[in-house]
Write a protein of this length. Sequence first.
Length: 238
Amino acid sequence: MNENTEPSLNIYLIGGNSVIGKSILRGVLKKYENFSLKITSFVRSEFQEKTIGEKITVNNYLECLDHINSKSSCKEVPNIYIISFGVLVEEKNSENFLNNLKYHLDINTFQSFEIFKFLLKLDKTKEIHIVSSVLGDFIRPSLYSYSFSKNLLELLISNIDLKKNLKNKYFVWKPAFVNSKLNKNRSASFIKTNPEKITNLVLNTNKSGSYYIPKYAVFFTLIAKYTTPLIKFIDKKN
């Protein structure tokens, strides 16, 4: 295709070291493979994992908003955003429960939500992909802070009063356990998924909404909500 007639698209991955984020990005890249794509990955830490596209290092992911705002204001090119960053510290590894809860809420909930709200307001926003978790549906005792932070994030998103045109722009992804740095030294207690399944679901999903990965995870979370003793038992075994 002639480069001059090829439609352009900017893609920003906020959390460029995230295994899940990069999996979503690959799905988006396949979906829009006929576009001229410019990819920017924001990272907060330097890891050995290879990032995709231009890499920009920030101290705090809120810093990326200034960069995005300056770029979006000077070009008439649609933008796709992927918000995929967070922390996970088990309660048993934390010295203080309240501090651990605050830590998770600050990063997983409030920073993510602030970025999400900001991006919704930009004129050239085509899609926003934001990562939650199946654990946002129920409380796993050893990961209480993480579960609660994801649950609150989804609650805040669902309560935004959006205009009709904005409601069709965002996707909430709720993956099960994925082998990644975030889950280092942990194993899947219930169900799990992998980068390929995430990429394929993103590629084949066009309607905005909230999606479990794998899809059948929704049935597990429904059961988990009403079987707290069983969840506690399985959690202790791990």
